[in-house]
Design a protein around this ligand. Structure first.
Ligand code: NAD
Length: 248
């Protein structure tokens, strides 16, 4: 029970095959009260109901500051505190540099990067008041290796931006007892890659990975629990590479 009596907020957490929901499930199993935030069409209330009683699903669009603030207020109203935030909402788009339009760029950066800023801004005042808190930002191996398997350069830029934002916030809020860390997942078999890779292509990619398989949503959930829990009390500003050895 690594998160007993802790309240955690997970953005983009309603997709039942996604990293966010796997994290919600593992955190709930570790005793956390979970607030699942997601777009209306993803039905966060239904996802929260799947976790069992005592959890909340809240409609929130991370690209909208007022929506983030309202979601954080709803969590505080329901649970009285916010111990951890997982900035997980993200979208991708396979595209080559010369084909990226201004609209594509804004769409991709708005969800991953602006969303990470807005949701962090929404929960930080409560964490400051508590004198403690942990924010986990989901980046990507695409930020580190320059180019994703599925995401375009604007996705790599957004996810690299997440790493910089997380480190800068870690420096700023460390003295107040608030830790901010990132996770850079490798290729994980969720809806984000569904239908985009043939089984043959997936097998080909797996052969290049030292652990010889694609990642599972649970692989990322474990890292999120570590960073949200007191097991990582002396970690801030770090990036956990959870990629099966892709960068060795
Ligand atoms: P996913 O598509 O299953 O989950 C993304 C979730 O974000 C969805 O539930 C979606 O509804 C939500 N979302 C989208 N726009 C939103 C918005 N404006 N406000 C709130 N929620 C919004 O994909 P996933 O693979 O579970 O991805 C989760 C995170 O992990 C993303 O940030 C993604 O970029 C990152 N990531 C995934 C992989 C991978 O291989 N699957 C690798 C590296 C990083």
């Amino acid at each position: 029970m690594l998160l007993k009596d802790k309240t955690v907020v997970i953005t983009g957490g309603a997709g039942l095959n996604g990293l966010g929901f796997a994290t919600a499930r593992l955190m709930a199993a570790h005793g956390a009260r979970v607030a699942v935030l997601d777009l209306e069409r993803a039905d966060p209330a239904a996802a929260a109901a799947q976790l069992g009683p005592g959890h909340r699903g809240i409609v929130a669009d991370v690209t909208d500051k007022a929506s983030c603030d309202a979601a954080a207020a709803a969590v505080l109203e329901a649970f009285g505190r916010i111990d951890a935030l997982v900035n997980n909402a993200g979208i991708t788009q396979p595209a080559r540099t010369l084909a990226i339009s201004g609209t594509d760029y804004d769409r991709i950066l708005d969800v991953s990067l602006r969303g990470t800023l807005y949701m962090s801004q929404a929960v930080l005042p409560a964490m400051q008041e508590q004198g403690s808190g942990s924010i986990v930002c989901i980046s990507s191996v695409s930020a580190q290796r320059g180019g994703g398997i599925l995401g375009g350069p604007h996705y790599s830029a957004a996810k690299a931006g997440v790493l910089g934002l997380a480190r800068a916030m870690a420096r700023e809020f460390g003295p107040e007892g608030i830790r901010i860390n990132s996770i850079a997942p490798g290729l994980i078999g969720t809806d984000i890659i569904k239908g985009k890779l043939t089984e043959e292509k997936k097998a080909e990619i797996a052969e290049t990975i030292p652990l010889a398989r694609l990642g599972r949503a649970e692989d990322i959930a474990g890292a999120c629990v570590f960073l949200a829990s007191d097991l990582s009390l002396y970690c801030t500003g770090i990036t956990l590479d959870v990629n099966g050895g892709m960068l060795i």
